[in-house]
Ligand binder design. Structure first.
Ligand SMILES: [Zn+2]
Length: 412
């Protein structure tokens, strides 16, 4: 352990040069994490991953706490477990938040990590086990320079992110266990060099319209679910035209639209045969709300369209299979400015702030008025894909950025 570095330039130099020596050990840790196939759905190997993370973090001298909802989600055998590891004591708390589940692999080889120079390939290398490594090494770098924090860093590692957070962040938030004493949250999702300070919310629904079967020759004896579904879809198209006139003021990425989103028929099906009146037809609705829109209001209004159809005499039911709020945190917030300054210091370039195109777990903190931002080492374009990889130099840059941001936020 060396002396603390009060001078800002020395401090960042010391952190960066120590981290650059760690590229090999960071890569080894990331390889071990990738090799635990925490595929979600359904949520495999959660326990093995948390066991490994807990022993790694305990060995690093962090106080660990495991929390579990106790009920498996998504048909998994393992109960989803959350892990909190703390560095420093007392309030305030700066949260480093990440998820250890990964989307299913395209091939089993993705769980055999492969190194090519500074690049590491494998499922979760980018989204977001490299982010977990960055966060841990940010803390180790602070330990290395003997940093004294006013307050603590809480490393919150959760499962189930890829399926809405049911056994992870959504459960923790519901139980009042997330963001305790929080003054800020950082999330190393693959942001491709951007900071995501906002996200769209989502309400995803499967609608089933019922009818009565009959042979085509006796179709007058049946009730055609397809015809009925057509009417429901028309009503929803009217609603779509209305809501999609609304636009967001948040910064958006190139190729994206400002309009609110109501997509119909991502999945659909029904009937039993071409010559039988369909007794049921179903389709999905994917409503993505802008940060300016309210989840509860939008959900009620969307469901009202379905309720109205029901009142007109159309037998139908529905299931909401995904629900998550939108969020927005200002890029003028002190945490945003500190993060931006440190990104510029380490990478040489000030980041652009943008809205994340999908759901993002900053929403659980933003809902508690805790400023929350995503910035991570990976590229969004390779996340969830067959050639997922991360540049290890970005992993250590992100570790330095997180360490410097923590130092500025938790000034002693
Ligand atoms: Zn992710």
């Amino acid at each position: 352990m060396s002396e603390p570095f009060p001078d800002e330039t020395n401090r960042s130099t010391a952190i960066l040069s120590w981290l650059r020596e760690q590229e090999e050990t960071m890569a080894e840790l990331l390889e071990k994490l990738i090799a635990i196939p925490t595929e979600n759905p359904p949520g495999k190997n959660y326990r093995a991953c948390v066991d490994f993370l807990e022993s790694t973090l305990s060995q690093a001298g962090l106080a660990c706490e495991r929390l579990s909802r106790g009920v498996p989600t998504n048909g998994s055998q393992d109960s989803p477990e959350c892990l909190f590891a703390t560095y420093g004591t007392g309030d305030p708390a700066l949260y480093f938040h990440g998820h250890y589940d990964v989307v299913p692999a395209q091939s089993k080889e993705q769980f055999q990590p492969a190194r090519k120079g500074h690049f590491l390939f494998g499922r979760g290398s980018c989204d977001m086990k490299s982010g977990i490594v960055s966060m841990l090494y940010a803390i180790l770098a602070l330990k290395e320079i003997g940093a004294q924090l006013n307050g603590r860093i809480v490393l919150a590692l959760v499962p189930d992110e890829e399926t809405g957070g049911k056994g992870g962040s959504a459960w923790l938030a519901q139980e009042g266990l997330l963001g305790r004493g929080g003054i800020g949250m950082l999330l190393p999702e693959p942001t491709s060099g951007m900071v995501w300070n906002a996200n769209r919310g989502a309400i995803s629904i499967r609608v089933r319209v019922l009818g009565k079967p009959a042979h085509v020759g006796l179709q007058h004896q049946g009730e055609n679910a397809f015809g009925r579904m057509h009417h429901v879809v028309e009503k929803l198209q009217e609603w779509k035209r209305k809501v999609e006139q609304r636009t967001t003021q948040a910064n958006i990425g190139s190729g994206q639209m400002r309009n609110s989103i109501l997509m119909l028929g991502g999945e659909s099906g029904g009937g039993t045969n071409f010559n039988v009146v369909p007794h049921q037809c179903w389709f999905t609705i994917d409503r993505r709300i802008n940060p300016e829109e309210n989840l509860d209001v939008e959900k009620t209004e969307l469901l009202n369209v379905l309720e109205d159809c029901k009142e007109e005499g159309i037998p139908l039911d529905w299931e909401i299979f995904q629900e998550g709020n939108s969020s927005f945190c200002s890029e003028k917030d002190p945490l945003a400015e500190i993060l931006s300054r440190n990104i510029q210091l380490v990478t040489g370039e000030a980041p652009r702030f943008e809205m994340c195109p999908g759901l993002l777990e900053i929403r659980f903190y933003a809902a508690q008025a805790i400023p929350a931002y995503a910035y991570g080492p990976g590229l969004l374009s390779v996340a969830h894909g067959p050639n997922e990889y991360v540049d290890l130099r970005k992993v250590l840059d992100t570790a330095a950025i997180y360490a410097l941001t923590a130092l500025d936020v938790c000034k002693s």
